[in-house]
Design a protein around this ligand. Structure first.
Ligand code: SAM
Length: 335
């Protein structure tokens, strides 16, 4: 006899995968409205929240209840208040804030809504089809990268031995958090950050806040077309190669190799895939992010990166697993 009971486990998996958008959109909508900042350390009822946020009262109640369901708000006798997790990560003023990253998430969400067209055409989602309120600029992106680098920069500086390096070039160094952490841990080190001029304005603010102006300088430029300088003991490239094609990255690695001092090292940090392309799941999904956002971006395997090193006459030395998602591959110049 045929078993016609639904397979609950697999059915649940599909339901959970499909419903993932709900929690993401609830979180990013509340962040975009400024709900967490408005609550701060206090509690408020729905009517007051709705008046202050200029939102509909019934809709605000439904949104707040869903946030209680996600453990981001608590219901109190007086209304709602932020949970400890919200206070730690969702207030813009918190040292561990993810608010700018969540705004970036809302922009990505808008783009991901057109994934179907990207897969059909093989092209990124054009800005023109997006809600123009959700098309961010370079500064917004740099602020989001500040949020995302806050934890990974510390781990990277801890695990990467730069004790013998005097000079480091951070290519596509964005808001400068890695440069700051590297200099904090290595008092002998000076860093040059290369990125576009607008992004470097955000980096300059972070550098000044850290009091590192004497040791970190900025160099506006494009890694493919502008002079990188020479004689660096280390060149660090974090989360840049996923924007470009494999051929572009071979060229990028060759350009970096020629800017190294004899015996200098190049570090590529990214969401590298295992060679069989079966994982990590994060990287497999992140490649889709690059599909909707860039012309030729992707996630690459460790083997692909080794081939770029070989073609630039660099000797692969080590792989450092930084976080659950980020891997750093280090190769040395044979010059
Ligand atoms: C995803 S962000 C990574 C920022 C930082 N390295 C990190 O890991 O947090 C990529 C950065 O590379 C910069 N970038 C992209 N293409 C570049 C190019 N051709 N030359 C220099 N910088 C570039 C972007 O402006 C951006 O700041």
């Amino acid at each position: 006899m045929q078993n016609d009971r639904p397979d609950l486990q697999t059915e649940q998996l599909i339901d959970e995968l499909m419903g993932g958008f709900r929690a993401a959109q609830i979180l990013m909508t509340a962040n975009r409205l400024g709900l967490f900042d408005l609550l701060g350390e206090s509690e408020m009822n729905c009517e007051l929240l709705a008046r202050s946020l200029e939102t509909d009262a019934r809709a605000t109640r439904i949104l707040c209840d869903s946030l209680v369901g996600l453990s981001l708000l608590e219901r109190t006798s007086g209304g709602y208040r932020n949970t400890a997790v919200a206070l730690k990560h969702l207030l813009t003023s918190s040292p561990q804030s993810k608010a700018a990253m969540l705004n970036h998430g809302a922009r990505l969400y808008e783009r991901w809504g057109h994934l179907y067209d990207s897969v059909k055409r093989g092209t990124p989602v054009p800005n023109e089809v997006l809600n123009q309120e959700l098309v961010g600029g370079k500064r917004d992106f740099a602020k989001a990268m500040t949020d995302s680098a806050r934890s990974s920069a510390g781990v990277t500086a801890e695990k990467l031995d730069l004790s013998q390096a005097l000079t480091l070039l951070d290519v596509g160094g964005g808001p400068g958090l890695f440069a700051i952490e590297f200099c904090t841990r290595n008092p002998q080190l000076s860093v040059v950050i290369m990125d576009d001029a607008e992004t470097l304005e955000v980096a300059a603010q972070n550098i000044a806040r850290a009091g590192m102006e004497g040791r970190i300088t900025t160099r506006p430029g494009d890694v493919f077309n502008d002079d990188l300088g020479t004689g660096y003991d280390f060149i660090f490239v974090s989360n840049l190669i996923h924007i470009y094609s494999s051929d572009d990255n071979r060229r990028l690695v060759e350009r970096c190799a020629s800017a190294l001092a004899p015996g200098g090292r190049l570090g590529l940090k990214d969401f590298f895939l295992d060679n069989d392309r079966l994982g990590p799941q994060w990287s497999l999904l992140f490649a889709v992010n690059m599909l909707v956002s860039t012309e030729k971006g992707d996630c690459y395997t460790l083997e692909e990166a080794s081939r770029w090193f070989e073609s630039a006459h660099l000797r692969y030395e080590e792989r450092i697993d930084l976080t659950k998602f980020s891997r750093l591959l280090v190769a040395r110049s044979c010059k």
